[in-house]
Design a protein around this ligand. Structure first.
Ligand code: NAP
Length: 478
């Protein structure tokens, strides 16, 4: 079930939220502690107006809420409105709310017994979850704040091993996949909030849970794919892959996993039977020793962006090369560039240099840190130099194509053009691997004098489509 958290300051605003998302929701949690005014009559009428089953919650400040008065006062507020149509009441573990619990039991209102860890994941999560209900019939709810992929693993394990209704919420970036998978692993409901809040810094709207991740279709037979990285939640890959699965009606889902420890993630991948995953910064090299087999490109580049499960273990591929080359080949049907400048000497530059070399292009690599440019140039048998205006005249000799692979131009470096003084002639092709913003300063400067330009969006799409084929065995649907 999808449960919308109602944390607006007024009941009218909360009703608007319900209206907006109604078709995706099975229930809502009214966070009475977020209201700026207490209007008993209106709160009594709220369940009728809402038209969806409601949980009533007055969350204390110590548990991550806004309720700051005494427990006595809190209990009397609960009692004023409890029996006016609320289906569940959330009462914290070891709180002085026994009178409310008694009244709720009498009226047939179900009790959700909650425990909140705003700092992490309780060490004894499985035992705590089991022992949380104070009476038979109470639904345990633990709200956690995972801080690592190991924490995420414990949460998912606990959910999978528990029978009977219960909820484990995993807040923040680390917990994001658990919120999508929790229904599949037996969580009573999945809490969503459409906007960022102190409670939920990484919002997951009911709409994206249903439309992007197809929450209500997930089951134990669903194949799980994903992307690992750090950071990762900005990635557009879930949109590329999940849209493909939806178009082809594949029983599959693709999730973003924030990963700090690659080894832990491989254990999680075994436990969840993850069928394949994309790899982004900073894990592209680190995954390699854990693979049973790698493609020639992975071996040559030393970076793997695609991992696929096989009967003998995980195999590694690199689709960045194909992703980079495909849009360029389309642009250069009349003839592929014979000479090129590559700006940057990081992971992306390695794929670019490999692809261009394979196509027979002569390359000059320029990088902020000269030694890295020289190392990469040595490895791929091309010319390397420090990135500075002093190299511009030599750059001009190679600049049939100029590929910008550095992070300059991407958030938070949007204002930077790494070759801001370069004398473009208008004959060059300028290709920036960055796709947000759509047009970097580098691309604007080249376009202004008439150069043909390409940004990183078609590359992202093409590398994603190549991954899709490796993951599913079918072409990406058009
Ligand atoms: P990386 O391995 O961390 O390398 C970063 C590169 O950027 C290094 O060469 C670094 O130079 C340079 N750099 C950083 N800040 C700079 C600055 N202020 N001025 C000049 N150079 C600077 O990262 P990566 O994996 O290669 O990724 C680089 C970019 O490619 C990112 O923007 C990424 O989003 C993009 N990318 C796009 C796609 C796609 O599908 N479109 C795929 C992969 C990557 P130093 O060596 O001096 O530190």
């Amino acid at each position: 079930m999808i449960c919308l958290s109602l944390t607006r300051e007024t009941l009218a605003e909360n009703l608007k939220e319900i209206e907006r998302y109604k078709k995706y929701l099975q229930l809502c949690e009214l966070r009475g502690d977020c209201l700026t005014e207490w209007d008993t009559e209106a709160l009594r009428d709220f369940p009728r107006q809402a038209g969806v089953p409601l949980i009533l919650t007055l969350r204390r400040a110590g548990d991550g809420g806004n309720w700051r008065t005494s427990e006595e006062e809190r209990c009397s507020r609960f009692m004023e409105i409890l029996s006016s149509g609320y289906t569940w009441v959330d009462l914290e573990h070891a709180s002085a709310t026994e009178s409310v619990a008694r009244a709720a039991r009498k009226k047939g209102i179900r009790i959700i017994r909650s425990f909140h860890d705003t700092r992490g994941v309780p060490e004894d999560l499985p035992e705590r979850f089991r022992e949380l209900p104070e009476r038979e019939g109470e639904i345990p709810r633990i709200v956690t704040t995972p801080r690592s992929v190991a924490d995420l693993r414990i949460i998912l394990q606990t959910l999978r091993e528990t029978s009977g209704p219960g909820i484990i919420q995993a807040m923040g970036e680390w917990g994001f996949p658990a919120r999508i998978l929790s229904g599949l692993y037996g969580s009573y409901f999945t809490l969503v909030s459409p906007e960022k809040s102190p409670d939920d810094p990484v919002p997951l709207s009911p709409e994206s849970l249903e439309k992007l991740y197809r929450y209500s279709t997930l089951s134990s037979s669903t194949s799980i794919f994903g992307i690992i990285g750090n950071p990762v939640l900005h990635s557009r890959s879930p949109l590329i892959h999940n849209s493909g699965y939806a178009k082809q009606s594949l029983d599959a889902v693709y999730l973003p996993f924030k990963v700090d420890d690659v080894g832990e993630f491989f254990s999680l991948a075994e436990e969840l039977s993850i069928q394949g995953f994309s790899v982004t910064i900073p894990h592209k090299s680190e995954v390699i020793p854990r693979l049973v087999q790698t493609s020639d490109e992975v071996a040559a580049i030393g970076a793997c962006n695609t991992v696929v499960r096989s009967s003998s273990g995980f195999k590694g591929y690199n689709t960045d090369v194909r992703g980079f080359m495909l849009p360029l080949k389309k642009l250069c049907v009349a003839g592929f560039p014979k000479r090129a400048v590559v700006i940057g000497a990081g992971g992306a530059a390695r794929a670019v240099v490999y692809g261009l070399k394979e196509a027979g292009t002569e390359i000059l690599i320029v990088n902020r840190t000269e030694s890295k440019a020289l190392d990469l140039a040595r490895e791929f048998n091309c010319r390397g130099a420090a990135l500075s205006p002093g190299i511009y005249s030599e750059m001009a000799e190679y600049a049939e194509l100029v590929v910008q692979t550095s992070a300059a131009g991407m958030h938070p470096l949007e204002e930077i053009d790494p070759v801001s003084e370069y004398p473009w002639t208008g004959k060059e092709i300028a290709y920036d691997l960055i796709y947000i913003p759509e047009k970097t300063r580098f691309l604007s400067a080249a376009e202004n004098v008439g150069c043909r330009i390409l940004n990183g969006a078609p590359m992202l799409q093409a590398q994603g489509e190549a991954q899709y084929k490796l993951f599913t065995g079918t072409e990406y649907p058009r």
